[in-house]
Ligand binder design. Structure first.
Ligand code: NAP
Length: 314
């Protein structure tokens, strides 16, 4: 029998893709903010007690990194307190919890990819509250998979890709930070990898992987690394040859021609933001590959795929 899955945060970049893919694994009930407001713990408890899922997948989060600096209580309610309630309620009904976290739990002082067990030291409120969420879930003892991902983008939503494309229609030059290094990761790839892993757990004969045996934190990002500046350059390179009939691209650029010909590298100090960000937050995906034989494509290949979708007729 297929497991009942409660998907929370179905309108986000990752949630939307999970809603498309998870029916391969189980019977999905998807809740957006209108159906489940995460600042109200009693609503979370009621939803879990009503649907009694075998699996809760939480794709919701407070993700506005700069705004979080002035909205700490709200960020904590959504990123730490809500997942704690989910984990507690899941434990009571024997369900498991799938959750997502961030590269911003690290301070960026390393120069080689972070492993799951490296010391955390978040530099901003968003990272701090996400780390509190991870810890609350783990402390509950509920079987869980926590996937730390990074620099998430999609062809919908609010993200760096769509911001660059919009700005490129308005400015001839874009000044972009060169001294923050990470791995831009497409929401579709995160959802596909998550679905793959859950299929290994729930869709095979008994005796395959059991979630309790693999419970814990895993890094899940695109392969390779880049800076925001080189990511912007790659976006403009792809955009230069994007088919005009690519509907998400037409919406992102409002059907206007691209004016930007140059991306100028600047330093973080030249672009002050309310939240501090790690200079280096590349994550090692070795544990994910070793446990589940899952590896996300290189970041450049992921970017290319969204511009090539139309051309290949997908
Ligand atoms: N975005 C990134 O760059 C990034 C980087 C590293 C890790 N992550 C993690 O990856 C996961 C998925 O992120 P994402 O990029 O898909 O996030 P997203 O696009 O910002 O989506 C977050 C979702 O959470 C929902 N939400 C926020 N506050 C809520 C509330 N009070 N009640 C109910 N729902 C609420 C939002 O609802 P509305 O649609 O109604 O606003 C939205 O649908 C998160 O755990 C995030 O922390 C993201």
């Amino acid at each position: 029998m297929k497991p009942a899955i409660l998907l929370i945060g179905t309108n986000g970049q990752v949630g939307r893709e999970l809603n498309r893919m998870l029916p391969r694994v189980g019977d999905v009930t998807a809740l957006d903010r209108q159906l489940l407001e995460l600042t109200k713990p009693e609503e979370i408890r009621r939803a879990i007690r009503t649907y009694r899922p075998a699996l809760i997948v939480n794709a919701a989060a407070y993700t506005a990194v700069d705004k979080a600096e002035s909205e700490e209580a709200l960020a904590r309610a959504i990123n730490a307190e809500a997942p704690a309630v989910m984990a507690e309620e899941a434990g009571k009904i024997g369900a498991s919890l799938i959750h997502f976290s961030t590269d911003y739990v690290f301070d960026g002082s390393k120069t080689t990819p972070y492993e799951e067990d490296d010391p955390t030291n978040p530099q901003n409120v968003y990272g701090k509250t996400k780390l509190e969420g991870e810890r609350a879930i783990q402390a509950s003892g509920t079987p869980c998979l926590i996937f730390r991902t990074a620099w998430v983008y999609a062809t919908q939503g609010r993200n760096f890709l769509l911001t660059i494309l919009r700005l490129a229609t308005q400015r001839e030059e874009l000044r972009i930070v060169r001294d923050q290094i990470g791995a831009p990761t497409l929401s579709t790839e995160i959802a596909a990898a998550t679905t793959d892993i859950l299929a290994q757990i729930y869709c095979k004969e008994r005796g395959s992987i059991s979630l309790s045996d693999v419970s814990g934190i895993y890094h899940m990002t695109a392969g390779g690394e880049t800076s925001w500046c080189d990511f912007a350059k790659a976006i403009l390179e792809e955009a230069a040859t994007a088919p005009v009939s690519l509907s998400w691209f037409a919406a992102a650029t409002n059907n206007l021609p691209l004016a930007a010909g140059r991306v100028i590298p600047i330093s973080t100090s030249e672009y002050p933001t309310p939240a501090r960000r790690p200079a280096y937050s590349v994550l090692s995906n070795a544990r994910l590959a070793g446990t589940f034989s899952v590896q996300l494509p290189e970041w450049r290949q992921q970017l290319h795929s969204i511009f090539a979708v139309h051309a290949t007729g997908k």
